[in-house]
Design a protein around this ligand. Sequence first.
Ligand code: GDP
Length: 362
Amino acid sequence: GFNCGIVGLPNVGKSTLFNALTKSGIDAENFPFCTIEPNVGIVPMPDPRLDKLAAIVKPQKVIPTTMEFVDIAGLVAGASKGEGLGNQFLANIRETQAIAHVVRCFDNDNVIHVANEVDPRADIETINLELALADLDTVERAIQRLARVVKGGDKEAMATKAILDRIQPHLAEGQPLRSFGLDDDEQRQLKSFGFLTLKPTMYIANVNEDGFENNPYLDTVHAIAAEEGAVVVPVCNQIEAEIAELDEEERSAFLEEMGMEEPGLDRVIRAGYALLGLQTYFTAGVKEVRAWTTPIGATAPEAAGAIHTDFQKGFIRAEVVGYDDFVTLGGEQGAKDAGKWRLEGKDYIVVDGDVVHFRFNV
Ligand code: GDP
């Protein structure tokens, strides 16, 4: 699956966010095959398009697509030196595909701050430093290993080592690799190292209920993110935790009262999805209407692989109706009548919202 690790200093609101995300309700019986650890939450992607499709197709079941969030607790200053749960923490983070970095942007005298003062810039630097030092460790080990191979004249090893030599000082200064300006080709060459500071990162600015505006802490996070080209999602985790406890009816009433169009969590989930470069396509049968996740740019067979590897291997063709056509023309038959039902082959690049039926050999 696609996943996003939640990191941040202690007491910034990570667990509050994680618990709200996991309570926001996934029907576990729809996912019988996954063994999930307590720090992994499968979170449904909010997508109003599913309801529109369901209203047309009237299926027995409606199943959203999902994303995983991993609660990675225990990062403290010194983690890269093995302090606290340091090494375990870094190993957990290495397995995630993107990072949601929670930053405390709220005052609360009852909640102790680890450094005695709310200071988003210092907090972000503390975490980024540990991640950069962990990457530095990886780089230095690799340089040593490659130095031996390079003597044998291995061209590829020489090219890789040359890049590592260049990024080493940047990391040694505690700077993340994402601000180094590696080009696509260099990033590809470094892919197998799984560098933590190259993972797509967003900042979750955890604010108080009244902290979305005129909040200098939040301004600081925006400024830092702008320097790095990162995304910021301001959210009040405490309110989200309260919203997640409510049933559907109470929830709408509460949101209306708060003047919110949707839970802030929906923005977090969508931002994580975007960070990973993902999009959604749909299958719409009378048994079930279902959303599926595929990377942006995936071909039809690759997208089919999200359903089952056999669909990918035995791919023959995809029958496709664009989402807007499907909805405005009242479903598959209407789309066919209007000439909007297409047969696509193995080179077809799936578009966000496509309603697809795969044909395949078994
Ligand atoms: P973690 O250590 O990062 O997982 O932090 P927690 O989620 O356990 O939160 C630490 C404390 O901060 C808890 O007492 C939360 O209730 C409180 N807290 C979390 N989010 C907010 C918020 O948005 N506003 C306020 N005032 N308190 C919050």
